[in-house]
Design a protein around this ligand. Sequence first.
Ligand SMILES: Cc1cc2nc3c(=O)[nH]c(=O)nc-3n(C[C@H](O)[C@H](O)[C@H](O)COP(=O)(O)OP(=O)(O)OC[C@H]3O[C@@H](n4cnc5c(N)ncnc54)[C@H](O)[C@@H]3O)c2cc1C
Length: 418
Amino acid sequence: MINHDVIIIGAGLAGLTAAYNLAKEEVDVKVFDRLPKSGILDHPCGCMVSPVPNSITFKNSSEGILYKEVDFLFTEDMILEYPGKMEFIMPNGCKFGMAIENPQDEQIFQIDKEKVLIELAERAEREGAQLEYGTNVSKLLIEKGQVKGILASGQQVRSHLVLSGEGLSRRFSYQAGLFDSDPEAYIFSYAVHLLDLHLKKEEIGQIGYFGENLVQIPKSSVIFHSYGDDKALILISVLLDEYKWFFDKSVEEYLLNAISKVPFLEEIYKRGKAYEKNACWMKIAKPKKLVDHGFIGMGDSVAPLGHSSNSIAMLMGKEAANTAIEALQTQDYSYSALKSYNKWLESDLFGGVEFEAKLIMTLLNFSDSDLNKICNAFEGINLEPFFIGSRWDIIKASLKLLFKKRILKNWKLIRQLF
Ligand SMILES: Cc1cc2nc3c(=O)[nH]c(=O)nc-3n(C[C@H](O)[C@H](O)[C@H](O)COP(=O)(O)OP(=O)(O)OC[C@H]3O[C@@H](n4cnc5c(N)ncnc54)[C@H](O)[C@@H]3O)c2cc1C
């Protein structure tokens, strides 16, 4: 007994993009999300988007920016800002990072994710996808090694294929056997969201503060991220060996204490009004495969080292839908029918995500003195190619150009970073 051709877990960017592409081909698709309605974010997000040559390309038009590969128009009202600044500040006050002069020309922009999620949901529904919010999926139904559906609200719901866009939790990707080991580490992030900030132009962008002295717990950082010119979040991220918070004080106390030590953050925190707080755990693990019999993982549920990105999640949603459509046409839902989708594991896009995650983890692992040394090596150089994930392939070439004495001197540390 089959209830639907395809079941999708999670109405995030990946799940909704997959649902639209399946429904457009008249596939009977049902999406379950545990959140009560569309347009809610269950974890903090910087919401930055940037192109990746040949994979993620944008076209400007009078109505907005078209994300060509997934045929999605970010309308003007979904685009918050074009921030061009990202800085890292080290314990001794030294800074390094990137500054993009014309982010608008480079198509580096920040999306209003709530609005994007609402439009993605409406677009999928217009094509006939069935969305059910407020339903938590608790388990995959697996029979004789084949995923046959899900268990939600105590009911079995059966399908030929299950696509998981469950995000960071990765419960179903683990249950389906895509990972062969426990996560090597975890990143716990907690954010306070502020509004009514009236940010000045020079305050718009992202600033990361590193160093044990600031947060008073090892392997942590505090990040300021503006949203348009009126909102921002201040976020603390901590790298942990276990899926457990085991420090004396609550994470909020550590965050507030760190804010009070940085004049810029303290001023922003006092100026604004806190309107929301949210948190998430990232599981640092790379899957060995992205599919199994009757099952496909998408977006954050499978991306290397904990997370994918907004645009990659959408692209994976589309490609998962294409893989599912081919399987439905041949009525073959086995691993071998789906395995071409594993090509993502070796793709440049996953390479870029892995690079970015490794960079963050290495910075979190550095001692205060190594952080200062790294900063001294990079200070004054615009590291744009390092931080726009799309251009990580240019990094190697750029490094050659950056062979100045101070970089050579810190080469051992720099090798750990890249
Ligand atoms: C701190 C932080 C900052 C980030 N900044 C950026 C950035 O600047 N730019 C960028 O591109 N990316 C950023 N990301 C990553 C980006 O947010 C994700 O890659 C993207 O949201 C992944 O989309 P997704 O569809 O895979 O998952 P999600 O968007 O997380 O969607 C998952 C959905 O599944 C649902 N769900 C989960 N479990 C169940 C269940 N059991 N039953 C039913 N429903 C379920 C959830 O409710 C949710 O709606 C950031 C992430 C973090 C944590």
